[in-house]
Design a protein around this ligand. Structure first.
Ligand code: ADP
Ligand code: MG
Length: 250
């Protein structure tokens, strides 16, 4: 679905991404994993054309992403995006956040209503909370609204930037399970960002481990564990603290 060829991005003196090449397979969930500041969000924003690479190109369906906003629009409609922190509009209700794009595209009301009902069922969102504003929703509910919003136009691709950040462990655990079920049901091309190894292994068909604007290794969790490409891979894996007395903290 996506192919990046020698893509790099710099902000002033910060080389957020060094030239990197990457393929993100269609219909699979790829997890971008790595410590804070390694370039995960920058990479996601290059995938939906919010950022333009300094070098190289991003191919979507075999064609370079257009650079001008007008030509980018049809692509944007095929790519759902939930930005880090959810990015909900605080002055819009949950429902208004979810249906924003549909209204912008002047969907008939019946079509919007039907799609909303589908999404409420899919994400197990309490329908009676749709009228609430983001500040009146729990963290988990806000994430479900952000997920519904990214899915509203039934995109081919779903870009989820730390959809489970800043949630308490129980809510996070429940949402991880729901997300995995949703990905399996929809079979979309998903790119999900996290810095949590267990979450990456649980949700991802494949993992792209990043560090300092570079891809250190791409593969399954087992590849990272048994065939680390670099000592950093092993350090990153071992940095997941075990529970004293047994088990491993997710
Ligand atoms: P991550 O999502 O992995 O935490 P980011 O992609 O957000 O990392 O950031 C990578 C690096 O680029 C960081 O050093 C960050 O401070 C820098 N950066 C990201 N966006 C900008 C920006 N718009 N302006 C300046 N620096 C930025
Ligand atoms: Mg980020």
């Amino acid at each position: 679905m996506y192919e990046l060829q020698d893509v790099s991005k710099r902000f002033g003196a910060t080389q957020a991404l060094h030239p990197l090449s990457l393929r993100l397979p269609t219909g699979r969930t790829t997890v971008l994993l790595g410590p804070s500041g390694c370039g995960k969000s920058t990479l996601v924003r290059l995938l939906n054309g919010l950022l333009i690479p300094d070098t190289g190109r991003v191919l979507f369906d075999g064609k370079p992403l257009p650079r001008d906003t007008e030509a980018l629009l049809p692509v944007r409609h095929r790519v759902g995006y939930a930005l880090q922190g959810g990015g909900l509009f605080p002055h819009l209700s949950g429902e208004e956040n979810v249906t924003l794009m549909a209204r912008h595209l002047r969907w008939p009301a019946a079509r919007t209503r039907e799609r909303l009902a589908t999404l409420v069922e899919l994400t197990r969102f309490p329908a009676d909370a749709l009228a609430r504003y983001p500040a009146q929703l729990s963290g988990g509910q806000r994430q479900r609204v952000a997920l519904m919003r990214s899915l509203m136009l039934d995109p081919d691709v779903l870009l989820l930037d730390e959809p489970l950040g800043a949630l308490d462990p129980l809510v996070r655990h429940e949402l991880q399970g729901d997300l995995r079920a949703i990905f399996a049901r929809l079979r979309k091309t998903v790119v999900l960002v996290t810095h949590d190894l267990a979450e990456a292994g649980f949700l991802g068909d494949g993992i792209v481990l990043m560090r300092d604007g570079r891809v250190v290794q791409q593969g399954g969790l087992a590849d990272l564990e048994t065939r680390p490409a670099d000592p950093f891979v092993t350090r990153f894996i071992q940095a997941q603290r075990p529970v004293p007395g047994g088990g491993v903290v997710a």
